[in-house]
Design a binder for this molecule. Structure first.
Ligand code: KG4
Ligand code: ZN
Length: 408
């Protein structure tokens, strides 16, 4: 595992803050961040130096695992039932009153309409009641910027976001300025892993019942032989930076059906070769992501879009917690001279902290801070930045082969 050094550091800072709070007259400004775009109800209070004062997270993961997928009305109900408690917990843990906040930042796009609506409704009532400025947040912008709370990463940098809802490559030029280099043409990487895990009935595996699909596949793949199955890497003849995962899922589903017939396995039962299928699926997915990322690096270099000094690839989103994928990407960044930066898993998945941090970034630069909230709406679909995917495709950069051999 990558070390989660931040936990200790945050605790230390929080303690430091508690001690200094009483003595310091000019206290750093505080932002409350609220996240409800998908299946996590999150809230956090953070100050402008990046110190987390208090946070709370209610995950709906187990409910959705039990149901076999996210049902938007269920997600909405759970957000509605938990949001005020989660926000109150974050405030209580930070030891502050709402009046002490400089602003409230909330995810308003993209995401599930019914989930976004709960967070926005709650936030608008909150800011109106306490007369606070409001900072609407783009969920993917928040994933991209989280790393800056932990490392001093300067713009521009390349960012790969891979989660249950999104897969994209972008160049971050500023906190609110992105060039979109590629995105998924069908489903997101995490969605594919979740569907493969469901098709393999991994919920019935004793070690996987509480794990998300991606986590279950990563765990089993560690003990599987990826060479036992061969899945073709998607879009091999298309020289752009878009992703496609549905075809891989199809190949895996066919292989599972074949094995089930061979082994006489009924629906819901586990195949003897689940670990091998997990390992081969994970490898193909990782190498597809790595090849598209490699091309994005070469494209940015050819156009002079990355800095000469310390160019970086930032990886975030739930799928970025995957060690195998991180190690595959490390081969690419080592070969191209980039630094690979991945926030600890806790900050790769959805949470209130990343929204609070995005609010801080915007507050510090005075960008997108709203005092009149009458016209704020949520947007289920919202592209990130300026779409230059067709320019990337026209460049048709051929990626030199890399040995993506990783020991599990
Ligand atoms: O970012 P996230 O928490 O929520 C979305 O915005 O989607 O990502 C959740 C996704 C799920 O599809 C889950 O299966 C995947 O991230 N995931 C992983 C791992 N942990 C979570 N995928 C691969 N390996 C993991 N270790
Ligand atoms: Zn997310």
């Amino acid at each position: 595992m990558f070390p989660c050094a931040l936990n200790g550091a945050v605790r230390h800072w929080m303690k430091h803050c508690t001690l200094t709070r009483a003595f310091s007259a000019a206290r750093p400004r505080l932002v409350l961040g609220i996240e409800t775009s998908c299946d996590e109800t999150g809230a956090a209070v953070m100050d402008e130096t990046g110190v987390i004062w208090g946070e709370s997270l209610h995950s709906q993961k187990q409910t959705h695992l039990d149901a076999g997928g996210i049902i938007p009305t269920v997600a909405q109900r759970l957000h509605r039932e938990n949001i005020s408690r989660v926000v109150q917990e974050a405030l209580d843990r930070s030891g502050i009153e709402p009046g002490e906040l400089a602003a409230v930042a909330t995810t308003v796009k993209p995401g599930l309409a019914l989930s976004l609506g709960i967070g926005l409704d709650f936030s608008l009532k909150f800011v109106r009641h306490h007369e606070k400025p409001f900072i609407p947040i783009h969920h993917m912008e928040a994933h991209a910027l989280t790393v800056r709370m932990l490392h001093p990463v300067d713009f521009p940098f390349l960012v790969l976001l891979v989660s249950g809802g999104h897969s994209l490559l972008a160049l971050a030029k500023e906190i609110d300025e992105f060039l979109l280099l590629g995105q998924t043409q069908d489903e997101a990487a995490g969605d594919t892993l979740d569907k493969i895990a469901r098709r393999l009935s991994l919920r019935n595996h004793p070690e996987c019942s509480n794990l998300s699909g991606g986590q279950a596949i990563e765990l089993l793949a560690q003990r599987g032989n990826r060479l036992a199955f061969h899945f073709k890497s998607p879009m091999g003849q298309i020289y752009d930076c878009n992703f496609s995962f549905a075809g891989l899922r199809n190949q895996v589903t066919l292989a599972i059906g074949k094995k089930e017939r061979e082994e006489g396995v009924e629906k819901g039962q586990l195949l003897s070769c689940v670990k091998d299928i997990a390992a081969a699926s994970q490898h193909t997915l990782a190498s597809h992501i790595a090849k598209r990322t490699h091309r994005a690096i070469l494209f940015c270099k050819s156009k002079g879009l990355l800095p000469q000094h310390n160019p970086a690839l930032v990886v975030s989103g739930g799928v970025a917690s995957n060690e195998y994928i991180r190690r595959t990407l490390k081969i690419v960044t080592d070969a191209t001279g980039l630094h690979l930066l991945c926030p600890p898993s806790k900050f790769c998945t959805d949470n209130g902290v990343m929204i609070a941090w995005n609010g801080i970034e915007r507050l510090k630069q005075g960008k997108g801070i709203i005092s009149h909230t009458e016209e704020v709406i949520y947007e289920p679909k919202a592209p990130l930045g300026l779409d230059i995917t067709s320019e990337v495709k026209d460049a048709a950069i051929k990626v030199p082969p890399l040995r993506l051999r990783i020991n599990s």
